[in-house]
Ligand binder design. Structure first.
Ligand code: AMP
Length: 429
């Protein structure tokens, strides 16, 4: 199937060609025609499936088609709510690329930065607003936004917005949106009971599009586990980073403090690293992300919330330095690599405390994750090695997932296109 058959006009097809997409992804094939035909939509899809384009392309198509209608001029016609600043910026980047040949104005609204330009943009009547719920509520409270002509309302990453406690804000925002003539789209990685309730509250006769099984990690990500005592995690991480195949690496820690500590230690070992978490200012977070995107840093250490939706091309490895306590976080984390069908690898450090959550994860994904011994790393040097008891799942012996020989065998969106500065290729040695 090609983009031409989905009902998109020539201006959008031109931008799609310019950004380099050749074929629509499964969620795009399923969602674009339904949105163009005017249905409310529930999209259940993991990150990295192309879901942002799945809702922005048909929305832009409809907005462009009706752009000459004078009644619609000067009014905000589409609102996208997303849980984090990083995601808002990312959606904005995508929309700007897709809408480059369209006469539409787009604005971002998120906290942690000066309100004035955002107020001005809202008052000026931009066509499309991409916002986090908190800041948008503030500005709506100050009478800056006019959503009386709203045609599209999108809730992106709805499951995470609920986790982050945004529901009361979202309800207040929705109360001020017109009910008539509004098309509502909701995207979520999972369809929990709470999300189902939300869809009944906000959507009208929605169609549902579900891509892949709800809780299966992206199929393009190879997963493995290293058993390691807590005290040896940092040495193991440094050891793994000796391998230059770990080229663009996202490391997850459970706490902000932990993220800072790991970043500090890696930097001391001359591995270009930065950290991203909610204690850092908006500017620091933006800089850390940009440096990582540009390949100036090889490693980005993040907490779950800060890393939500991070879309960096060619992340080759995700490392769970701290194993996440719940399955959803695991799936979101590993979805940062292997995006849009490129190959990626997810490595999890497992301490005895993680055996419970690991067992739960393996039961949910119906798969035993490959236990891998790290060659050349001497666990017995670790102080706690004598007390260390590796975890064996019942099915370890018939592990279903062994890694391929050549981890660099990636397709078009691979890390090969990212180039680090010379010193990084040998750093950490
Ligand atoms: P998303 O799931 O929206 O975060 O998208 C993940 C990545 O896939 C982004 O980097 C997009 O630019 C990319 N992408 C989206 N649609 C396509 C497509 N049809 N072909 C190739 N890459 C795509």
């Amino acid at each position: 199937m090609s983009f031409e058959t989905l009902g998109l006009g020539p201006n959008l097809l031109r931008s799609i060609e310019e950004v380099g997409y050749t074929d629509p992804t499964p969620i795009q094939q399923a969602a674009i025609p339904l949105i163009i035909e005017g249905s409310d939509l529930i999209g259940i899809a993991q990150t990295g499936t192309g879901k942002t384009a799945a809702f922005t392309l048909p929305m832009l198509e409809t907005l462009e088609r009706l752009t000459k209608d004078p009644a619609r001029r000067g009014k905000t016609r589409a609102l996208v709510l997303s849980p984090t600043r990083e995601l808002v910026v990312q959606i904005h980047e995508n929309v700007s690329a897709y809408a480059r040949h369209l006469p539409l104005k787009v604005a971002n609204v998120y906290g942690g930065v000066n309100e004035a330009p955002q107020k001005k943009a809202l008052r000026g009547g931009v066509d499309l607003v991409i916002a986090t719920p908190g800041r948008l509520m503030d500005l709506m409270g100050q009478g800056c936004a006019d959503f009386s002509g709203l045609e599209f309302f999108v809730l992106d990453e709805a499951d995470r917005m609920l986790d982050m406690g945004f529901l009361p804000n979202i309800r207040k925002i929705v109360k001020d949106l017109p009910k008539k003539g509004r098309q509502t789209l909701l995207f979520s990685a999972t369809l929990s009971r709470d999300i189902e309730k939300l869809t009944k509250e906000f959507l009208y006769r929605p169609k549902t599009v579900e891509i892949g099984k709800r809780i299966n990690p992206a199929e393009t990500v190879r997963q493995c586990i290293h058993e390691v005592p807590k005290s040896a995690k940092l040495s193991l991480l440094k050891h793994l980073l000796h391998d230059n195949d770990l080229y663009s690496v996202l490391v997850f820690t459970r706490t902000k403090h932990g993220a800072d500590r790991v970043a500090r230690q890696l930097s001391k070992s001359r591995i270009p690293t930065s950290a991203i978490h909610s204690n850092r200012s908006q500017n620091q977070r933006a800089r850390a992300l940009q440096d990582f995107k540009d390949g100036k840093t090889r490693v980005l250490v993040a907490t779950d919330i800060a890393a939500r939706g991070i879309d960096v091309e060619g992340i080759t490895h995700v490392i769970n330095f701290d194993f996440p306590p719940n399955t959803e976080d695991y799936i979101h984390r590993i979805g940062r690599t292997g995006r849009a069908n490129s190959q990626g690898e997810a490595i999890s450090f497992i301490t005895p405390e993680d055996h419970g959550p690991l067992r739960l994860l393996e039961r949910k994904i119906r798969k035993t994750i490959y236990r891998k011994k790290v060659s050349g790393f001497n666990l017995s040097r670790s102080s706690s090695a004598t007390k260390f008891k590796p975890y064996k799942s019942k099915e370890s012996s018939k592990s279903s997932h062994s890694p391929k020989k050549n981890p660099r065998n990636r397709n078009q969106k691979s890390g090969n296109s990212r180039r680090h500065s010379g010193q990084r290729r040998s750093s950490g040695r």
